[in-house]
Design a protein around this ligand. Structure first.
Ligand code: NDP
Length: 285
């Protein structure tokens, strides 16, 4: 049955993925190490396989959503992948995806890697999307199934590219979390209300959100000297006040220290008159 699918791993995310496929009317076979987690999906019409091998035998399309690369290797090592299309939506690194792609090919299967940009309740809802990388024809063959999860964003033949895009977005997200946590730590150091401060912080992050687009052109061209309105040297000097104030307020500045060091290095190495995006050159190893 071309429209059937198997889902290996029924944690919060795997269960949401299986639920979306069932909701779209597809026959779904599921397997989870702890068998209990299959029950709610069986109640919605899924077939629970006794073993991972049985689940993989049931459908050509095998969606894998386990904890990490090690658990994926452990589970796939127990099954026959000949003729299967393995779609790994487990979070991992580009290198892990490339190595897994090679290993699946040796087993006679085909492989796509994916990166889920959503939390489980968002699956199948507007705003959720998934990056995919690997053979384009394989992506197109199964795209209708993928679209039940949310937007399907194909990013290239190299199987490592989905993880690269996923981890780049997560890097941006955690950078924002760093700033948000530090801002609230300062506000709370005076006993002020985080709730009252929140709209100011959200508004400010929105106003500064243009940095991603502005920096992009400079970074692609490697030219950081055009249209400079807030030069790096000025920012390195102003940044100094963040750890100073934090120390006075009894707040650690450890989240900010790495960027502070890069700004100082950039200024010391003669980039003071450039745009701040030039610090990316210091990140290249
Ligand atoms: P959970 O912790 O809810 O589930 C983990 C799953 O992995 C369970 O099915 C667990 O089985 C299984 N597992 C772990 N180790 C093994 C093993 N050695 N052998 C067999 N099965 C194993 O995690 P999620 O479902 O939330 O996450 C799954 C993947 O999705 C992760 O890679 C995560 O990074 C990614 N993801 C999650 C998001 C989220 O917000 N939840 C967002 C985007 C991506 P058992 O039930 O038996 O323990």
């Amino acid at each position: 049955n071309a429209t059937s699918a198997t889902v290996l791993g029924l944690g919060d995310m795997g269960s949401a993925l299986a639920g979306a496929l069932l909701g779209a009317g597809r026959p779904v076979t599921v397997w989870n190490r702890s068998a209990d987690k299959a029950k709610p999906l069986v109640a919605k019409g899924a077939v629970a396989a006794e073993s991972a091998a049985g689940a993989v035998a049931a459908s050509e399309l095998v969606i894998v959503c386990l904890l990490d690369d090690a658990s994926v290797r452990e589970v796939l090592g127990t099954v026959s992948l000949a003729g299967r299309a393995v779609v790994n939506l487990t979070n991992g690194t580009p290198r892990q995806a490339r190595e897994l792609a090679g290993w699946v090919a040796e087993q006679g299967g085909t492989f796509l890697d994916g990166g889920i940009m959503a939390i489980p309740p968002m699956i199948g809802q507007p705003g959720a999307f998934v990056f995919y990388s690997g053979p384009k024809d394989l992506f197109e063959t199964h795209r209708a199934a993928f679209d039940t999860f949310g937007g399907s964003n194909y990013v290239g033949e190299d199987p490592g590219l989905a993880a690269l895009h996923d981890l780049a977005l997560l890097s941006g997200m955690y950078g924002q979390f760093i700033g948000i946590l530090q801002a609230y730590a300062l506000i709370r150091s005076e006993g002020l209300s985080a709730v009252e401060f929140a709209p100011l912080l959200s508004g400010w992050l929105g106003a500064m959100g243009g940095f991603a687009e502005e920096a992009a052109g400079q970074i692609d061209s490697g030219d950081y000297s055009k249209d400079v309105v807030s030069n790096l040297g000025m920012q390195a000097a102003a940044f100094e006040n963040l750890p100073l104030a934090a120390a006075d307020q009894g707040v650690s500045a450890e989240l900010l220290a790495p960027l502070h060091q890069l700004l100082l290095r950039g200024a010391a190495e003669g980039h003071g008159a450039e745009n701040l995006a030039s610090v990316i050159e210091l990140l290249k190893k």
